[in-house]
Ligand binder design. Structure first.
Ligand SMILES: NC(=O)c1ccc[n+]([C@@H]2O[C@H](COP(=O)([O-])OP(=O)(O)OC[C@H]3O[C@@H](n4cnc5c(N)ncnc54)[C@H](OP(=O)(O)O)[C@@H]3O)[C@@H](O)[C@H]2O)c1
Length: 283
């Protein structure tokens, strides 16, 4: 099998590419920035430079000779890119496409509707697929690092609501396993972290990891929205994030699944371990 990774320079794509290399594969990667790709993977991959928005036809060469594709796409119009990749994959005779999606296609919260449209585009193409429907990433907690480092505080409006954030290595391990067998064709796999935790509980866990007490401060929906708009700008991203936090507070995102165990036969990694791995960002 020859694999093509779309989104190889991102959080999950980098890890999946590294895992394929560790298995002795030489993956192809479709990237916008060859320099960034070389810094990450050296000469261990075949780099194809292109852009799904500006030059979607650049994908055809990258697909040449590949059998399996891992697709990461983002944004409110991600279904356009999913459509481009899935239909190109189908006409290139790709055997299996694995799409990173979200658990929220089931709740309709946040980016859920974006990915639901993306999944529909993949189904419509007729290519064999697997959807990895991941819970919120533990990496999102890096967004708290400034206020924790500078003021020892985490401000949210999620109340006592809980969410089972998942470790990026679990997403990458599951994806690599799914990509390298035909066993999951046609399936949607819901994967989450091991336990649902409130933001207060996660703040306490981070506090233990860095040896400092972290205050948990409740803010209003409007304050949270203003905070997101300050760094992400007004628009669908900011709205999606606030929608997610509201759903957490309302207890609608507390799903815990055994998806990681089902696919790779081990428990998902705890938030405590992620916190220990990332103390540098918070202290
Ligand atoms: N964060 C969460 O809690 C969460 C939960 C569930 C699901 N998800 C989903 O996970 C995905 C994000 O995964 P991630 O964090 O690994 O993503 P990421 O780090 O933001 O990486 C995105 C990748 O896509 C590439 N890319 C962007 N636009 C492109 C274009 N026009 N043509 C070609 N490549 C392009 C980027 O390349 P450059 O390096 O050139 O920018 C990068 O490699 C999204 O679909 C999100 O909805 C996230």
């Amino acid at each position: 099998m020859k694999y093509l990774i779309v989104g190889a320079t991102g959080n999950i794509g980098t890890r999946v590419t590294q895992r394929l290399i560790a298995r002795g594969e030489r993956p192809s990667i479709f990237v916008r920035n060859a320099k960034k790709a070389k810094a990450l993977f050296g000469a261990q991959v075949d780099i194809h430079v292109g852009d799904l928005d500006k030059a979607p036809s650049s994908l055809a060469t990258a697909l040449n000779g590949a059998n399996g594709v891992f697709l990461v796409s983002d944004g409110p119009d991600l279904d356009t890119r999913d459509h481009t990749v899935a239909f190109a994959a189908k006409s290139a005779g790709i055997r299996h496409l694995v799409k990173l999606s979200t658990l929220d296609v089931h709740t309709g919260v946040g980016t859920g509707p974006w990915h639901a449209r993306g999944e529909a585009a993949v189904r419509e193409s007729g290519v064999a697929f697997t959807f990895i429907q991941a819970a919120g990433f533990m990496l999102n907690a890096l967004g708290w690092s400034d206020s924790i480092r500078e003021e020892s505080v985490l401000r949210t409006f999620t109340g006592n609501g809980k969410i089972a954030f998942i470790h990026p290595d679990d997403i990458a391990d599951v994806t690599t396993a799914v990509l390298t067998t035909p066993d999951y064709d046609g399936q949607s796999l819901v994967i989450t972290g091991p336990e649902a935790l409130s933001y207060g509980e996660m703040a306490a866990t981070l506090g233990r990891a860095i040896g400092k007490s972290i205050r948990f401060e409740e803010i209003s929906d409007r304050q949270a929205h203003a905070g997101v708009v300050a760094w992400a700008g007004r628009g669908p991203y900011a709205d999606a994030l606030v929608d997610i936090w509201r759903a957490v507070r309302e207890g609608r995102l507390a799903t815990v699944s055994d998806g990681v165990m089902q696919v790779i036969g081990r428990k998902p990694i705890s938030f405590g371990r992620w916190a220990e791995e990332n103390v540098g960002a918070f202290s």
